[in-house]
Design a protein around this ligand. Structure first.
Ligand SMILES: Nc1ncnc2c1ncn2[C@@H]1O[C@H](COP(=O)(O)OP(=O)(O)OP(=O)(O)O)[C@@H](O)[C@H]1O
Ligand SMILES: N[C@@H](CCO)C(=O)O
Length: 326
C-alpha cells in the first residue's frame, strides 16, 4: 500500500488550478508501490497520476527523474510524461511534499512473464538506453558496488537471522564482487529497477515503462543483468534459459552488446542479485512488524545470487556460441 500522505479535495483542486487540466472530477489513492504516494486523478480533460515524493526520494534528484521522463517521452519512448504547470514548472508542492502530475499510461503489469514479455522488455530497455544517450543530466548510482559494503555492514550479523551463515556468505561475495567488478564498459542512463511491476502491457504488446526513481548513470549492461534477475527465474528458483535468450536477443535487436559486456554479464548479474539481496535484507531487518509496507523476500535474491555465482559465461543465460562472437 503506498499512500503515505493524505490529500484533501480542497488542496488538490487548488494544486490543480496551476495546471491546464480542467476541473477535478475524482481522485483515489493507488495501493501499489512502496516509495511514494500515488493517486489516480480524473479531471475534465482526462486521467492523470499524481505523485507525492516521500522521504526516501532525495529532493535534489527530482530534476533528474522528471527531466529524464520528459526527455525519453520526447524521443518516442512510452513512459509517463510530466505535465507542465501553466508557469512552465513540472514540480510543485502539495500537503508539504514535492509533487508532480504525469500522463496516465494504459496497460497493466504482468504477474506471469512469458518468453515474449522478456523479449519485449529487452528491446524496450535497449530503446531506453539509446533514447537517453543525449540526456544532459547525471546522477551517479547510489546503489552500485561501492554502496554494498556499507549496506552489508548495516545489516551485520543480524543477516544470520534470515539464514544461518548469511553474513559470512555476503562478506565472501562482496570481496569477489569488489575485486572483479568490471570497469570501462559502455555506460549511460539505466533504469536500474526494470522489474515486471514497472513494465506495462496492453493486448500482449509492451505499452510503456514506469517508475524511473532509481534511474542513474551506470554500466548499460548492468541494467540487462538486473532484468535477467527480475524476469527470467521461475517460481521454483530455476533460471529459464529460453526467457534469458529472448531478453538478450530483444536487447541486441536494438543495441549490440560488445564482447566486453558479454564476458562481464555473469559478474554483473552477481552484482545485481547482491544489490537486491542487500536492500531487501536491510528492509527486512529494519521495517517494524505491523508496518503497512509489504516486505520483499531477501532469500529470493540469495538463491539468484548462488545461481549466478555458478555461471561461467553468458551462454548460461542463453547467448549461443555463434551469436556470442558475431
Ligand atoms: N503514469 C502512470 N500511468 C498509469 N499508472 C501508473 C502510472 N504511474 C504509476 N502508476 C500506478 O501506480 C503504481 C505505483 O507506481 P510506482 O511504481 O511508480 O510507485 P513507487 O511507489 O515509486 O513504486 P516502487 O515501490 O515500485 O518503487 C504502479 O504500479 C501503477 O499501478
Ligand atoms: N524492485 C525492488 C523494489 C524497489 O522498487 C525489489 O523487488 O526489491
Amino acid at each position: 500500500m503506498a499512500v503515505y500522505t493524505d490529500v484533501s479535495e480542497t488542496d488538490l483542486a487548488r494544486f490543480l488550478a496551476d495546471y491546464d487540466v480542467g476541473m477535478l472530477l475524482s481522485y483515489k489513492g493507488i495501493a501499489e508501490g512502496v516509495e511514494n504516494s500515488n493517486f489516480l486523478v480524473r479531471t475534465e480533460t482526462g486521467s492523470f497520476i499524481l505523485t507525492l515524493y516521500e522521504k526516501r526520494v532525495d529532493r535534489d534528484d527530482l530534476p533528474f527523474f522528471i527531466g529524464l521522463m520528459e526527455h525519453l517521452a520526447s524521443r518516442g519512448l512510452s513512459c509517463p510524461l510530466p505535465v507542465a504547470r501553466t508557469d512552465g514548472e513540472r514540480l510543485g508542492e502539495l500537503a508539504g511534499r514535492p509533487a508532480a502530475v504525469f500522463t496516465f499510461l494504459e496497460g497493466m503489469w504482468t504477474r506471469r512473464p512469458a518468453v515474449a514479455h522478456c523479449r519485449a522488455v529487452g528491446a524496450a530497455m535497449a530503446g531506453m538506453h539509446a533514447a537517453a544517450a543525449d540526456f544532459p543530466l547525471r546522477r551517479p548510482n547510489a546503489l552500485s558496488v561501492g554502496a554494498w559494503r556499507p549496506l552489508a555492514e548495516a545489516c551485520g550479523e543480524s543477516a544470520d537471522r534470515v539464514e544461518p551463515g548469511l553474513a559470512a556468505e555476503i562478506a565472501g561475495e562482496l570481496a569477489a564482487l569488489e575485486a572483479n567488478w568490471p570497469e570501462d564498459l559502455p555506460g549511460g542512463v539505466i533504469h536500474a529497477d526494470l522489474f515486471p511491476d514497472n513494465v506495462f502491457f496492453l493486448g500482449g504488446e509492451l505499452s510503456g515503462l514506469i517508475d524511473f526513481y532509481f534511474a542513474c548513470n551506470d554500466i548499460l549492461a548492468y541494467d540487462l543483468a538486473i532484468a535477467l534477475c527480475a524476469w527470467c527465474f521461475e517460481a521454483d528458483g530455476a533460471f529459464n534459459i529460453t526467457k534469458g535468450r529472448a531478453m538478450i536477443e530483444g536487447y541486441r535487436s536494438v543495441r549490440p552488446l560488445t564482447p566486453g559486456e558479454i564476458a562481464a554479464l555473469p559478474m554483473l548479474a552477481r552484482g545485481a542479485a547482491m544489490r537486491f539481496l542487500l536492500t531487501r535484507l536491510y528492509d527486512w531487518l529494519n521495517t517494524p512488524e505491523g508496518s503497512f509496507v509489504t516486505k520483499k523476500d531477501p532469500k529470493e535474491y540469495l538463491k539468484k545470487l548462488r545461481f549466478h555465482r555458478g555461471v561461467t559465461s553468458a551462454a548460461d543465460y542463453g547467448l549461443s556460441a555463434e551469436t556470442e562472437t558475431a
